[in-house]
Design a binder for this molecule. Structure first.
Ligand code: ZN
Length: 270
């Protein structure tokens, strides 16, 4: 029994663990892990788990309390261990707080570190399955290499002056750094705080001045803010990006690989 804190991590655990793992996901498809209230069922799953896999970098602010209240004896694996985190961008009036950006999965090379950490944790929790986990991880890492090649090829097809996008919350800094697409967002790295009118005004001016082609909706965020920016700046709505959660299995982003392919195709089409 393994617990993963949110849907993207759960996909990695499923790829490496395969049939040997009985997986419970706390924050499911289209869910917002920044602002989550664990249920009694979550505490129960936690108590029964032998391994709990989390993102870390303060993404799951509710986790410490849940770990404690569940009384679990599970081993805890932090999937971002070994990744050099990006610092949160300061918004110009001190709201960056010098913290670290938790959305590290948005670069494929970081996703490979997640997979390596999950492989290590599963092998330690279940040594008899080690060879299976290693074979699963090797097969999946090869797919991630192919994914990264595909994303870079898609970015290369976008004219350089159109490699920019607006989203509502700032979840794409790792993607931006890895693939050279500039992202702007009024809401900051967490969805916890509302964007201020001043931040929204600044973004609208920036969209107009830099001729940003499209504003994207996000699967975990209320579309209202993105729609307002599009309306007031004249930019188009470029579709929906998956930032912090997968879609349901019947949606366009049911796995990490499908999510990354969907996101880059939306950006390319915009
Ligand atoms: Zn986020």
């Amino acid at each position: 029994p393994v617990v993963a804190s949110f849907s993207i991590l759960a996909d990695f655990v499923r790829e490496v663990g395969g049939e040997r793992v009985a997986l419970t996901t706390l924050v499911g498809p289209d869910g917002d892990a920044h602002v989550y209230s664990p249920s009694p069922a979550d505490a129960k799953a936690m108590a029964a788990a032998s391994l709990v896999v989390v993102n870390g970098l303060k993404f799951e602010g509710w986790l410490t309390r849940l770990l404690k209240s569940s009384g679990t004896k599970a081993k805890l694996a932090t999937a971002t261990e070994g990744i050099t985190p990006l610092k949160m961008q300061d918004d110009g009036h001190g709201h960056g707080h010098g913290g670290e950006d938790p959305h590290a999965w948005q670069s494929v090379s970081n996703a490979k570190v997640y997979v390596a950490n999950i492989l290590k944790a599963l092998s330690a929790a279940d040594p008899a399955g080690k060879a299976i986990y290693e074979a699963n991880a090797a097969a999946y890492l090869a797919k991630l290499d192919a994914l990264e090649t595909e994303i870079k090829a898609a970015v290369a097809r976008i004219p350089a002056d159109r490699r920019k996008a607006i989203t509502s919350h700032d979840a794409f800094a790792y993607f931006a750094k890895a693939y050279g697409i500039a992202f702007v967002a009024p809401q900051g790295v967490s969805t916890e705080a509302e964007a201020s009118a001043r931040d929204v005004g600044r973004i609208i001016r920036q969209v107009k001045a830099q001729k940003v082609p499209a504003v994207f909706l996000e699967n975990i965020s209320n579309p209202r803010l993105a729609e307002q920016i599009a309306r007031e700046s004249g930019a188009r709505i470029g579709g929906r990006l998956y930032s912090d959660a997968l879609s349901g299995s019947d949606g366009p982003a049911g796995t990490y690989i499908a999510m990354m392919k969907h996101n880059i195709s939306q950006i390319e089409k915009a």
